[in-house]
Design a protein around this ligand. Structure first.
Ligand code: SF4
Length: 456
């Protein structure tokens, strides 16, 4: 069995499953956020009754993160609905925007959007917050009401996005009927070279198969090249499995996984017990591709979908803006590489930086390179950095969202994960997906360039 088959067999209580089998699997964690949470709660209450209790209050994790720093009153209200539900259910893992459990969330536009407007429990983008808060464990099954839930496959777990109806059902029963996906095999060999990042790996893979090339399939990344990838790298790759239509992305377990997970579960007091899965010697794949990491070059996914692959060095597209952020490209390591290129230089186009979580804001504001913090280096380079960690303009959002593209025809290079028309705002804008290093170099040049020309 493949890694995904092993995980689903275990969750289904079976010795063996095969691709195409329909099995009832037990959920270890259900995650929802401010966009889909209210709908999920509505389904749950309609189907299980107004006074029903969730199947296991320790396994429901609620993370507001999408439409938070906006004056849109309906978006603010969504956070209040999550708070009311979490209080009613006694959920220990609700990462509220504010500290007052009886309060109401209201974004104050008069304070601007750069300075922090959240309390001490706020956790930022759900997919970055889940592992950081100790909710991703090898061998488990994670369902989330968000397509990029597949990011947690980096931790050797079956993680996939589900709709509100399915999530309402999981909330009440703790299980879900799943068709076991076929597995596509991406064997990673070698090592990434300077100027090339994990984002380039996944943009390369999606470019190979197209934006629907993995539809309802597992994308398994393994091979000797995995060992050199950090957990942040693996998260970036697994995150974008859905951009090829994948059901999930999955990595093997190793000492790096253990080190990350053990530290986070200990820090947050979450369940620290887990049992990883190992693939069998005999595995059935529907597709095989070897990725030689040494040979990869900075890669861009052009408008209008994540499968439109080109090498950065072959492009000469003039840009209007640049954006670094999101679950895919807003991690500490992403900003570190972004800053490495920008240090001592200036951007020539509007450039926005949105850390994925408050912890990342703290990392960037406390890590010093010489006499400056990384945050200061980025601000000096002309990047508009916000402390309001969250999804921000990754998916457009209400018109007052920080970094949203509100003008037709703008071309933006972005470290985010999705570039279908209108994704970051105006339907007539164009988004080019790239690594944080490529975004940095392009922000300096005002056009898409290869970052290797900008780093020694
Ligand atoms: S940062 Fe973007 S991709 Fe990630 S959860 Fe938020 S909207 Fe989705």
């Amino acid at each position: 069995m493949t890694l995904t088959e092993k995980l689903l067999a275990r969750a289904a209580g079976k010795a063996r499953v095969e691709a195409g089998d329909n099995v009832w699997v037990k959920a270890d964690v259900l995650m929802t956020h401010d966009v889909c949470g209210p709908g999920t709660i509505g389904v749950f209450k309609r189907e299980f009754g107004k006074t029903a209790k969730v199947w296991d209050r320790n396994r429901v994790v609620i993370i507001p993160d999408h439409y938070i720093f906006t004056s849109d009153s309906k978006s603010n209200r969504n956070v209040d609905i999550l708070r009311e539900f979490s209080r009613e259910q006694g959920l220990p893992y609700f990462y509220d925007v504010i500290d007052d459990p009886k309060g109401e969330w209201k974004f104050d536009a008069t304070k601007g959007n750069l300075k922090r407007q959240y309390g001490s429990n706020y956790a930022g983008v759900c997919h970055a917050a889940l592992p950081a808060k100790g909710h991703t464990r090898p061998g488990e099954v994670l369902f989330g009401t968000d397509s990029h839930t597949c990011m947690a496959g980096a931790f050797n777990e079956f993680a996939t996005g589900i709709g509100n109806t399915d999530a309402g059902f999981v909330m009440g029963t703790g299980k879900l009927l799943i068709k076991v996906p076929e597995t596509m095999h991406f064997r990673l060999e070698g090592r990434l070279q300077p100027g090339v990042m994990a984002k380039d790996v996944i943009l390369h893979c999606i470019g190979e198969i197209g934006f629907d090339g993995a539809t309802y399939r597992a994308m398994q990344f393994d091979g000797p090249g995995v060992a050199s990838l950090s957990m942040d790298d693996r998260m970036t790759i697994a995150n974008m499995a859905i951009e090829a239509g994948g059901k999930n992305g999955i990595f093997p377990f190793d000492s790096r996984t253990a080190e990350y997970v053990d530290a986070r579960t200990k820090l947050n007091g979450t369940n620290s017990a887990y049992e990883p899965v190992e693939a069998d010697a005999e595995q059935k794949f529907v597709y095989e591709h070897v990725v030689d990491l040494d040979q990869l070059e900075p890669t861009v996914a052009c408008h209008p979908d994540p499968g439109q692959r080109k090498k950065a060095k072959e492009m000469n597209v003039k840009l209007d803006r640049a954006y670094v952020g999101s679950c895919t490209g807003g991690k500490t390591s992403d900003f570190v590489e972004f800053a490495r290129v920008l240090r001592g230089k200036k951007v020539t186009i509007d450039t926005f930086g949105v850390p994925a979580t408050p912890d990342i804001v703290r990392d960037l504001q406390s890590t010093r390179w010489g006499d400056q913090t990384i945050w200061q280096i980025l601000e000096d380079a002309g990047v508009r950095m916000t402390e309001n960690a969250g999804c921000a303009a990754c998916l457009g959002g209400p018109v007052d969202t920080f970094g949203r593209i509100n003008q037709a025809g703008l071309k933006c290079i972005s470290a985010t994960n999705r570039n279908f028309p209108g994704r970051m705002g105006d339907k007539e804008s164009q988004v080019f997906l790239a690594s944080p290093m490529t975004v940095a170099a392009s922000a300096i040049a005002g056009k898409i360039v290869d970052p290797r020309e900008y780093v020694s």
